[in-house]
Design a protein around this ligand. Structure first.
Ligand code: CAA
Length: 256
């Protein structure tokens, strides 16, 4: 892992901090490569990983977008490749097998808002700001924003936010369904931990398959209902489900 991302592992939860506070944690090539490396391979070294938190270093920003200063020499071809690699990396996060929570501690703009949207759950501090301001740069969102924002908030609101490039408050982001919670900054990490406290008492295979089935709804090459019924059947044969069902019948706590 390169030095643009710090990783802390505590009680089987990994916290990844994007750590370029002087540039408001803007995502340059090293950050994107670091995320790609960790979500494809790096996580495998964590013993019994049960959740991931992604947050931003410093006081001001989660991530203020892709690093605009790296755009000056891009061509149509290399720019498209940067966008494709970003999309691929965010797919790894969206399809990760354990819950990933964005702890949004400030500006979440452009590629930063897109990163938060790729996470399974978003918890933000009251002072966080969200937006996809790419049109101000003569661009469009390139890390999945045109696709995930309408999924979360509907087409009308997504059109408005992307075409105007306007920023919205965390409170407004909760109202439109872009994020799950807006809370005091001091409580950001403890809120994520309290969500994990709930998910980690559940069957890990079931949690990972639920992520897969929900994502299947948005995958145009897939029939989500088919994914659901085949996964439901497979899980019924799993040791995990046998334990969960037995525990219910025997009136005891399941041990996964
Ligand atoms: N890329 C590179 N550097 C950035 C950056 C970004 N996205 N955002 C902030 N910075 C840098 C600033 O250049 C500045 O650096 P210097 O001190 O060296 O000048 C430093 O971070 C602090 O920023 P500001 O002085 O601008 O801080 P502010 O409080 O006045 O404003 C802000 C904060 C409103 C977030 C403002 O920095 C801003 O508008 N940033 C750009 C936001 C943006 O347009 N994001 C989208 C990027 S494009 C994208 O993400 C494409 C995609 O989908 C893949």
């Amino acid at each position: 892992m390169n030095d643009t991302i710090t990783i802390e592992i505590k009680e089987h939860i990994a916290t990844l901090t994007i750590d370029r506070p002087k540039a408001l944690n803007a995502i340059n090539a090293d950050v994107m490569q670091g995320l790609n490396d960790w979500f494809s391979e790096g996580y495998k070294s964590v013993d019994k990983l049960r959740g991931v938190i992604i947050t931003g270093g410093g006081e001001k920003a989660f991530v203020a977008g892709a690093d605009i200063k790296g755009f000056t020499n891009l061509t149509a071809e290399s720019g498209s490749e940067v966008s494709r690699f970003g999309q691929e990396t965010y797919f790894l996060i969206e399809n990760f097998h354990v819950p990933v929570i964005a702890a949004v501690n400030g500006f979440a703009l452009g590629g930063g808002c897109e990163l938060a949207m790729a996470c399974h759950i978003r918890v933000a501090s009251m002072d966080a700001k969200f937006g996809l301001p790419e049109v101000s740069l003569g661009l469009i969102p390139g890390y999945g924003g045109t696709q995930r924002l309408p999924q979360l908030v509907g087409k009308a609101k997504a059109m408005e936010l992307i075409l105007t490039g306007q920023m919205i408050s965390a409170e407004e982001a909760v109202k439109i369904g872009l994020i799950n919670y807006a809370i005091d900054k001091d409580e950001l990490i403890s809120k994520c931990q309290s969500i994990f406290k709930k998910t980690r008492t559940k069957g890990p295979l079931a949690v990972s398959k639920a992520i897969e089935a929900i994502n299947a709804y948005y995958d145009k090459s897939n029939d989500g209902f088919e994914t659901e019924h085949s996964t439901f059947g497979l899980l019924l044969e799993s040791d995990e489900c046998k334990e969960g069902v037995s525990a219910f019948i025997e009136k005891r706590k399941a041990e996964f």
